[in-house]
Structures are given as structure tokens and as C-alpha cells.
Write a protein of this length. Sequence first.
Length: 132
Amino acid sequence: SHDSRRGVIPANGGGNSGSGGNQPAPQNSAKISQSQASTMAQGLQNLMNDCPYSTDSVAEFKKIAGAITNQADWNLLKTTYGSRTIDSCGFNLTQWGDYTGDLIGSIVWDYSSSEVSEIRNWLNSKGINSGL
């Protein structure tokens, strides 16, 4: 029999572009829910509050944000985070005080440059341009 559609790519992309196969998640659609993004945003704010200072490790950051798989997830998290205040809890209060700003600014304010680089590299490994 003759298939007149041979060579035509279906509108949905055909093949294994869906959940099957080993294709990466599309970069244009979030895989996390708004609820997950809200939980992550609150978790990251809590983590970066320096109370106690010793808990804001990169490992904990990765644990909280571990469900981030693509650019759309990261963008949703950044939007959901919005502008929040990170409480210095008196740590170096006279030098810096508290910080109010977006997720990128909060990360840069709270983490050392080497830790920011580690977070950036972790997100880059997922194909995410973090803006860090």
C-alpha cells in the first residue's frame, strides 16, 4: 500500500519527541507547577535568610530547586519569587543589612562568588541560562 503522508512531519513533531525516548524536556514549557514554584521560592528565601548562616549551602539550594529542569521552570521560579527580603539576622548588619530584591540579586547577595559560579554551572548543565 502507498502512504501519501510519508516524509511529512506531523504537527506534533512525530517520533519520540513526547515523553517517550531520551529527548530533553522542551525549553518553552514549564514542567513544574505554580504550586511547586511557590514552595521552591519560599524554600529558597528561607534558605538565604542567614538564620543560621551555616545552612545556606549550595547543596541545600540544589535540593530545594532540584525539580528545575528547563528554562521555563527557571523563569517561572524567578517570576514566582518576585521581590523578597533576605534577613541578615544581624550578621554583618552594619555593613550590609537586609537585602530586598529578585531571585538573581538574592543569590548574588547571599552566596560567595564561587558559590554563585557553582549554582550557575549547575543550572547551565541543565541547559538553563540563569542570568547569574
